[in-house]
Design a protein around this ligand. Structure first.
Ligand code: HEM
Length: 474
């Protein structure tokens, strides 16, 4: 007991918890980074909060986050259990991938997903061909706006969602498709349901979830979204042929068919729904939002856009579609895309982690089972790592010879064992979509509209406020 008390005396400092609610009233859950900045100034890079009875530690700055996620990777590899998702089928042996507890099931599933994504398209269309084809559809859709002002949001979401839908369910949708529109709306509203105080409270006080019908009432879109993906899977099963793997769902069904042992390893029906929904959620909004930031920055910084145009003209020309092989010859464009990710800061708080065992960080003791928030904003805008942290400055990614460099503090995908598994796919999508559109169009402000806002809207992701642009053919 004495030993334990001694250890806890080195627990990270933080604001004084109130009875029952802990420190929750002190945090602005609609803009947590503002509250975190305040606490960081007062308590330092590692501070503690308390969500009702749950211990939470927030890690700030590149050095701290790297030390935890990379140097002590396994200690920080767990995820907190999220009772709010039980109404979607989340639970023992079906935790999906993103929110799975660290352990055997997660390891199996992560390995399977990475391999399937990597092998995807072998002998058929490669992933790059698919992305290039979709970029072509997006270009045509933008051309048909005829140079008039439009909000790029819907078309960009469509295109990105199509890539991940094709990988996962073997289906792409036409941009005018009604079902697809419904899916995208459900999707957006699902994210908004995540924001704010109530979901946080329900996670730490799950007894409230026993109130009949409450979760469905609070998260109606999430439920509808999962039902929708279930429908895609059911449709899929009707045409399933184990000899011919068309997509991720087919590969998963093949694993499931191996029987009891596979079931024990998480290859079961409800996990299929959750894992594929995970891929869609994790893989579409993030990438689409990054592209919307990219186009907004091109509007706001026309001199940067014009340098991108020049590099594309020099390396690719105006007609041939861009390929990933062009990337090494295009340091400036590559730097712009990376700076969009750094400055756009799309997943500002990462995903919650949990300590897998008692651990120490920079002299602080953090017990097993503590929820860990990695403040990625504080890494991507760390004053000790970036020359101009609060400006859009592509030169962060160029050395004095104009060659591309990637500073270590570039962690939009987080780091360590739970780091984003979609990084390769994202890199490809961002490069192909961005260069294809920049090759064909100049993006300009509609004359009669106010200058778009540069600040972000937070709802799990940081996204730009809606804006309009004109795509003038080059
Ligand atoms: C996890 C960022 C695109 C699949 C994550 C995490 C971040 C992130 C910050 C949390 C890592 C952690 O817990 O420390 C992004 C960004 C993207 C992107 C900024 C695009 C701009 C994608 C794509 C896919 C994907 C395209 C799908 C193929 C996942 C999965 C996880 C994850 C499955 C959970 C990994 C695990 O818990 O083991 N991502 N992501 N992401 N991402 Fe991404």
């Amino acid at each position: 007991f004495m030993k334990r008390r001694k250890k806890w005396s080195r627990y990270p400092p933080g604001p004084m918890p109130l009875p029952f609610v802990g420190t929750m009233p002190y945090v602005n859950y609609y803009n947590p980074h503002l509250s975190f900045e305040k606490f960081r100034k007062k308590f330092g890079n590692i501070f503690s909060l308390q969500n009702c009875w749950t211990n939470v530690v927030v890690l700030n700055g590149y050095k701290t986050v790297k030390e935890a996620l990379v140097n002590k990777s396994e200690d920080f590899a767990d995820r907190p259990y999220m009772p709010v998702y039980e109404h979607l089928g989340y639970g023992h042996k079906s935790e999906g991938l993103v929110l799975a507890r660290y352990g055997h099931l997660w390891k199996e599933l992560r390995k399977f997903t990475l391999t399937t994504l990597r092998n995807f398209g072998m002998g058929k269309k490669s992933l790059e061909e698919r992305v290039t084809e979709e970029a072509g559809f997006l270009c045509s859709a933008i051309s048909s706006e005829g140079g008039h002002p439009f909000d790029p949001r819907f078309l960009v979401n469509n295109a990105v969602c199509n890539v991940i839908c094709t990988i996962t369910y073997g289906e792409r949708f036409d941009y005018g498709d009604k079902t697809f529109k419904k899916l995208l709306t459900l999707f957006e509203n699902s994210l908004n349901e995540e924001a704010g105080f109530l979901p946080q409270l329900l996670n730490v006080a799950p007894v409230l979830l026993r109130i009949p019908g409450l979760p469905q009432k609070i998260f109606p879109c999430q439920k509808a979204y999962v039902d929708f993906t279930q429908m895609l899977i059911d449709k899929h099963k009707e045409t399933w042929n184990p000899a011919y793997i068309r997509d991720f769902t087919d590969a998963f069904l093949k694993e499931m068919a191996k029987g009891k042992e596979a079931e024990e390893n998480g290859f079961n029906k409800s996990n299929l729904t959750l894992v594929t929904a995970d891929l869609l959620v994790a893989g579409s909004e993030t990438t689409a939002t990054t592209l919307r930031w990219a186009f907004l920055f091109m509007l706001l910084y026309p001199e940067i856009q014009s340098k991108v145009h020049k590099e594309i003209d020099k390396v690719i020309g105006r007609n041939r579609p861009p390929t990933m092989a062009d990337q090494v010859n295009m340091p400036y464009t590559n730097a712009v895309i990376h700076e969009v990710q750094r400055f756009g800061d799309v997943v500002p708080m990462g995903l919650p982690h949990m300590t897998y065992r008692d651990t120490e960080l920079q002299g602080f003791f953090i017990p097993k089972g503590t929820t860990i928030i990695t403040n990625l904003t504080s890494v991507l805008k760390d004053e000790t790592a970036w020359k101009k942290p609060n400006e859009f400055y592509p030169e962060h990614f160029l050395n004095e010879n104009g060659q591309f460099v990637r500073p270590e503090a570039f962690l939009p995908f987080s780091a360590g064992r739970r780091a984003c598994l979609g990084e390769q796919l994202t890199r490809m999508e961002l490069f192909i979509f961005f260069t294809t559109l920049m090759q064909k169009f100049t993006f300009v402000f509609p004359e009669d509209q106010p200058r778009p806002r540069e600040d972000s809207h937070f709802a799990f992701t940081n996204s730009p406020h809606p804006y309009q642009l004109r795509a003038v053919p080059r």
